[in-house]
Design a protein around this ligand. Structure first.
Ligand SMILES: [Zn+2]
Length: 440
């Protein structure tokens, strides 16, 4: 409760424009006016921005398309209805004005290359069990706290739930690995409420090439040169089921092929842009244009090292921490207990003593670039909280207003902000479901 009180007091403090203006140093930017009225004008315009940001934040639906959950989610160990150490729980969503989120059914991929059918079957059924656990937890969340959060399966659901004053929970599947060697389970997951599905994760899988091949498994850049033939079937099956195709984590070849093949718009559920930070996980301008042409949307990810590339010294520090903890790669960490995961991220914090962590301003640079290249109708927001996401100023869901403040400060109108904060994504969801209905 202590933690919650802290958030409430932060909110109370920022609720008063006067209080905000009073605690901000009243000074003109360098080189602007000497004496006279300018300093007060700056404070007034900042205060006006805060007022506009709060109004916009209140008016629009704020939708975060990527929130991870631990395997212990909805057990006494990690109950998001209570005060938790997680970056997203119900109280933090309420305090931060985060209206809706995709909660993620994530499954670590295991190495199936060279595995025989029996071995692969065992790996797939282990993955299926993990997916079932995470799905059951999200289901339990909405059933345990029906007065605070509700499962949304359509864009209209999200709007209706938002109007009722509750949070909306949507379900995304990080990667299709647990489907195994067929696409037969796609309708089952659609029925359960999964509304986007990623093709692959870190490492190539049975459906296609990843942006990050697992070199430790001997993977090279291309396994299929994009989608596998099962991957092509997957895109068609997702279209038919009304599930959005998610191209985050996919190799550029996979992403471009999936976008061309899909009969409806596709999304990148949590990716940054290469135009700002060079990372294999980010989208280049050609990919942004392809998403725009397809009518889709790129949800900018707030994961520090994708927002602002790590320096060589930081990379080395990270590798040392991983080696000390006995992990070969980041993805291995997510198979661990929440305590180990949290130890890992805590240990990584010291990396930002070497070079500063990405800020909300760095993050907004990705939004600006994506808007410039793809257009205002094709950009959105994703935190990747509890999966490595979080930057200075948006370190958990309680700080969500800071994103809107930055957008207002950069001159985005309320109509723009409505699109970026969820309107674009909901438009795509609606188009994908309409496409599926038509095909039926
Ligand atoms: Zn991810």
């Amino acid at each position: 409760m202590k933690r919650l009180n802290k958030y409430i007091s932060i909110l109370t403090l920022t609720t008063s424009v006067l209080a905000f203006a009073a605690c901000k140093p009243v000074s003109a930017p360098e080189g602007v006016g000497v004496g006279g009225a300018e300093p007060i004008d700056v404070a007034t315009s900042e205060a006006n921005d805060v007022t506009s940001a709060k109004a916009a934040h209140q008016a629009v639906i704020t939708l975060d398309t990527h929130v991870d959950i631990p395997l212990t989610y909805m057990t006494p160990e990690m109950d998001p209805g209570t005060d938790t150490d997680a970056q997203v729980d119900l109280a933090k969503m309420e305090v931060g004005g985060l209206d809706a989120a995709f909660f993620i059914v994530y499954t670590p991929q295991t190495n199936i290359l060279g595995a025989n059918i029996l071995e692969a079957d065992i790996k797939y059924s282990e993955a299926r069990a993990i997916a079932e656990t995470r799905f059951a937890a999200i289901d339990k969340l909405t059933k345990t706290y029906p007065d605070r959060i509700e499962l949304a399966k359509t864009a209209d659901d999200v709007r209706r739930i938002h109007k009722s004053g509750k949070r909306a929970a949507l379900i995304g599947m990080e990667n299709a690995f647990p489907l195994g060697d067929s696409i037969d389970d796609v309708p089952k997951w659609a029925e359960r409420g999964v509304r986007y599905m990623g093709i692959t994760h870190m490492g190539h899988n049975q459906f296609g090439d990843s942006s990050n091949p697992k070199t430790q498994w001997g993977e090279t850049e291309n396994l299929y040169g994009g989608l596998s033939s099962l991957g092509k079937d997957l895109v068609v099956a997702l279209n038919k089921a009304g599930i959005m195709v998610d191209v985050s984590h996919a190799a550029k070849s996979t992403m471009m092929q999936a976008t061309a093949l899909s009969s409806v718009p596709v999304i990148a559920s949590h990716s940054g842009v290469m135009g700002v930070a060079d990372s294999l996980r980010n989208l280049d301008d050609e990919q942004l244009r392809a998403l725009a042409d397809n009518g889709g949307v790129a949800q900018m990810v707030a994961l520090g090292s994708y927002v602002k590339a790590l320096s060589p010294a930081q990379e080395k520090f990270k590798a040392d921490v991983r080696a000390q903890m006995g992990f070969e790669a980041d993805t291995q960490i997510f198979k661990s207990d929440p305590e180990v995961i949290s130890q890992y991220f805590k240990a990584l914090e010291a990396m930002y003593d070497i070079d500063a962590k990405a800020t909300v301003a760095d993050y907004a640079d990705h939004i600006d670039h994506a808007v410039k290249i793809a257009g205002i109708d094709h950009v959105g927001i994703a935190s990747d909280f509890d999966g490595g996401g979080g930057i200075t100023g948006w370190s958990d869901a309680s700080e969500t207003l800071n994103i809107t403040k930055e957008l207002v400060a950069r001159g985005y109108s309320e109509a723009d902000i409505e699109k970026i904060w969820g309107g674009n994504l909901l438009r795509v969801l609606q188009a994908v479901q309409k496409g599926a209905d038509k095909a039926r």
